[in-house]
Design a protein around this ligand. Sequence first.
Ligand code: CP
Length: 304
Amino acid sequence: MRTLLGTEDLDRSSLDGLLDDAEAFLEVLDRPIPKVPALRGRTVATMFFEPSTRTRLSFERAAKALSADTLSFSPGTSSLSKGESLKDTVQTIAAMGADLMVVRHRAVGAPARVAEWTGLPVVNGGDGAHQHPTQALLDALTIRRAKGALDGLRIAIVGDIAHSRVARSDVFAFATLGADVVLVAPRTLLPVDLTGWPCEVSTDLDAVLSDLDVVYLLRVQTERGGASVFPSLREYLRRFGLTRDRFARLRPDAVVLHPGPMNRGVEIEAAVADDPRALVLDQVTNGVAARMAVLFHLLGGADA
Ligand code: CP
């Protein structure tokens, strides 16, 4: 594996390998000194051209736990404000000695272009509404730890699918790992073309609720126009939100995931978000280990 740009091309054995390594790294993170020397001497650059809390910080935590150095690029205080191009920016950071770049950008395909321009291994930290592969890995890890395996599980991904890079990455990863995936959204929040997506589609959350093992809620992306198709956010909650009433109708062993940041009171009621069966903070913890596994694979790990 040279880059990680999406999940469509990851086969079952690659996914299982990354998840197995992530499990091992969770054990490392639980040690009194949560660090191994696997990537000593290597430098990971986090290049986030869009806001992030979880992805950026967990990549930095992951790199440090593997003993790599980090370079953290912030667009607001950079020479982008003087008109420097994306290409010149990433080539500049590469020339400082970065060995790998994690790239988040609003433009679909930007991480792939960065890989071409720099010749470095690149991890897609989220490009537009296209892909967010490490989110899918940490989600799969969280479900696997809660349920033992994804094989045969019924997973609903609910909400603003049209604007979601998480939905696309999750659908392909979950299906490859053997889950039965259903997208649930109003027609207006579904992508125009779902050709090739290995999933079913429903516009009625209440109709699918009782069969689910996992409910995966997506954030309504107000900044990308996700709220504009509803008269109000209250109306969204009524039709597609995981309210306390809907939560009570789930199977008792069903679990709830959300990639964060959550809009409490929109896609999820606060009481559900705080229930022990909502695994949102487990997802965050597992994200560090999943990203350690990705960095370890791309930078050669013990062979480095
Ligand atoms: N889930 C996710 O990508 O969160 P951030 O935007 O905070 O990185």
